[in-house]
Design a protein around this ligand. Structure first.
Ligand SMILES: NC(=O)C1=CN([C@@H]2O[C@H](COP(=O)(O)OP(=O)(O)OC[C@H]3O[C@@H](n4cnc5c(N)ncnc54)[C@H](O)[C@@H]3O)[C@@H](O)[C@H]2O)C=CC1
Ligand SMILES: O=C(CO)COP(=O)(O)O
Length: 297
């Protein structure tokens, strides 16, 4: 919707029976500049393709359709780590489409806010500096301001890991543990994010930027966030709609496996994985985190 202010956009989906009112984005009627199609071959004629698939669906999509994407500029919006390959979307894209230029678009941004034209700032990460500059210009609008980085690892890890911490923040609020506890989870969660990201080669300034701290702040403090709401439901033992995309649950499992492989300590991510799999109760989780050995900050 935002990019259609810059020119014609083609939107591909498997099911287009919803016409111009997509139930995934209630209250928004797509502008005329957007052509909706279920023909992937037609939709992939453009030079720049944004892939807005959930992280756990991306590998399967690429297995079926990589040939149509190779050689294009591919921009992933997915915020997660693939459970089987334990990598972010950029590696999945690069492996499946070696001739493509791969970028990641991430940062604090609820789809509903962007579609309403509210001012939003994002991070566009592309290892190829010149291609990144061109994409930054093509994808910015007067209300969508893109900052640029070549640190793809840092940008995609920030987006993936903040979803895990947002679930923990939601659990804290849902369980009635209070705003002070939430601030502790955000801060110690951010410490986990920066430790793992540094270990994987990310730059510290990327994690303190929009794609890390920025998105962490948004997602841990807003009920617009599905990850936060999922955590709230876990914390208050309420049911949650299984059809809602909650990237942080699978990513918590992926992160725990990755941290174990690297020998990194990520207690909050491990607890989110255990809570999502119902291996631990909320009461036990809080007690286990609070009674860990005392240490330096
Ligand atoms: N909704 C938001 O505010 C934001 C979402 N993101 C990220 O963007 C990614 C997508 O999220 P949403 O669009 O919100 O999710 P969504 O669940 O609303 O939409 C995902 C769409 O992908 C489709 N899909 C799933 N598997 C597919 C497959 N194999 N082939 C083709 N289509 C498939 C689904 O049918 C659905 O229409 C996630 O990683 C999310 O974290 C990033 C920033 C903001
Ligand atoms: O990534 C987002 C905002 O930046 C969307 O968050 P949720 O997936 O938790 O709704």
């Amino acid at each position: 919707v935002a990019l259609s202010a810059n020119g014609p956009v083609t939107l591909w989906a498997r099911d287009t029976s919803w016409d111009r009112d997509n139930p995934r984005l209630p209250g928004v009627t797509l502008p005329d500049a957007i052509r909706v199609t279920d023909d992937l071959r037609a939709a992939t004629q453009a030079d720049t393709l944004l892939l807005a698939l959930p992280a756990q669906a991306l590998a399967g999509f690429l297995a079926d359709h990589a040939a149509l994407l190779n050689g294009r500029h591919l921009v992933s919006t997915a915020k997660g780590i693939d459970l089987h390959k334990l990598t972010g979307p950029s590696s999945l894209l690069t492996d499946a489409c070696p001739k493509a230029t791969v970028a990641v678009l991430t940062g604090p941004s609820f789809a509903a806010d962007i579609a309403r034209g509210l001012p939003t700032a994002l991070t566009l990460a592309c290892a190829n500096r010149d291609a990144g500059k061109a994409l930054q210009h093509d994808l910015s609008t007067p209300v969508l301001r893109l900052y640029r980085t070549t640190d793809v690892t840092g940008a995609e890890l920030g987006g993936a890991l903040k979803n895990v911490i947002a679930i923990a923040a939601g659990v804290v609020i849902g369980a009635g543990l209070g705003d002070s506890a939430r601030a502790a989870i955000i801060t110690r969660g951010f410490a986990e994010m920066t430790r793992l990201s540094a270990r994987l080669g990310a730059r510290p300034e990327t994690l303190t930027g929009l794609s890390g701290l920025g998105d962490l702040t948004l997602t841990c403090t807003s009920v617009q966030s599905r990850n936060f709401r999922y955590g709230q439901a876990l914390g208050s033992a309420q049911p949650f709609d299984a059809g809602t995309t909650v990237e942080g649950a699978a990513t918590a499992r992926a992160v725990s496996a990755l941290a174990a492989r690297l020998g990194e300590d990520m207690p909050i991510a491990a607890m989110v994985a255990a809570l999502a799999e119902r291996r631990v109760s909320v009461e036990n989780a809080a007690e286990m985190l609070m009674t860990r050995p005392l240490k330096e900050e």
